[in-house]
Design a protein around this ligand. Sequence first.
Ligand SMILES: [Zn+2]
Length: 498
Amino acid sequence: MDKNIIRVFVILGELLVILVLTFIIFFVPGSSGNASETSTSGKALAAVKLSDTDSGTPAVSIAAVVPDKEATERARLERERIAEEARLAEEARLEEERIRLEEEARAEAAKKTAGAEETAALQANMYDYDAAIETLKAVPQYETRDDLKATVASYESTRDKLVKWEDNTQISHLFVHSLIVDTSRAFRKGSSQPVGYNRYMTTVGEFKAMLESLYERGYVLVSMHDIAERYIDEDGTEKLRKKAIYLPEGKTPFVLSQDDVNYYAYMENDGFADKLVIGEDGRPTCQYTDVDGNVTFGEYDVLPIVDNFLLEHPDFSYRGAKGILAVTGYEGALGYDTGWHMYDLDDPAQKAKLEAEQEAAKKVADAIKADGWEFASHSYTHTDMKTNSFNKVVYDTDKWEREVQPILGETDLYIYPFGSDICDWRGYKGDKYEYLKKAGFWYFCNVDASRYWIQITDNYMRMGRINADGERMVKTPQKLDYFFDSAAILDKSRPALG
Ligand SMILES: [Zn+2]
């Protein structure tokens, strides 16, 4: 072939390569005319170079480049779609969460309002109408709740009809000892004191019948702190004064107390509760061991019986008042061996045992107070404070303060052992009184079978009590006629009292 013709073909071939290159740079999508985008155009250039050296047709290279670009774009779009889907899912999740939280808040508010209504109803049932009104007015939706406003109006009208108890020195005070659960064990010949139990104790059945009768006759539990209150006088000294009690017409306040809430060792196996404990519901109750050794919990003494009675009859309590539990220290407290002398304190194991008993007793005592009960000192040694010397009173009071007060907490209530007061009716004076007062006691109880006997001075309150026990019910039942019919409630299993 003519060399010139060959040269022409070579030139034409080179021109073709230039044309293809131009086409790729400007018209193939993804390679773009923007020369600075080396990352996207690099592959195309490489393809052209390949075709250049291979001297093959460039179409093969172009076909390999285009699907690669499309796949990249598809992948990008797919990534975008996945990201968008994830964003939408997250948005939906957040919205769901917001709705859930809103619903929870609404339910919580409704529960609170219902709780407030329940609390207010209980407060009103216990004659504390001001507290009930305050509770309802504190409900956030109060302003828009006509039903709550109507309830407040009814509380106000009932409150305005209450009557102030005329004379705070005319209020009765009944007391019992530990209740007999199993009369067959308590009164049996082999029990540690069948005669003593028959005289000074009350049975569970009798006590329940007493509560029913007191309730039917319109009696309402009050605290000694409702009868008289401590206050700071203008001269800066702390004093005592009568406090107004407001009850509906026909209701009569009275105080209830229980002596020797200790569950002494001598009572073991004689059909009494073992101790006070915290029940499964977190509220205090009694532990009892029956004749076969089975241990159960429940209404085996004053505290759980009154508590359960109040659940059904909240109007038996004035503003949550329950009773006073009087506790000695010489054999522990509340059924726990917390007396220091019961252990060899030089022995670390024994010391640890004492500490465990103290801790257990304190937990129960805290639960009892939270439940609305009050504690009183019943002295440490359970000795007669009238015949005791001043030094013996000091020794006893200090010991109670050291061993029992850390468990029960501070109290200003003092219930004399044997019902024996330190002074006669003419009023307190002298070193014994001064010492007890200095120890923090303001309210003192003796035993006096009068219907009521109260002294309230600037410095103390004294209150006589009536024993609601076997001896009183059998020998002088008329003293109890104001409260119940002794003959009707006397336990039939009691032996005759000599
Ligand atoms: Zn006693």
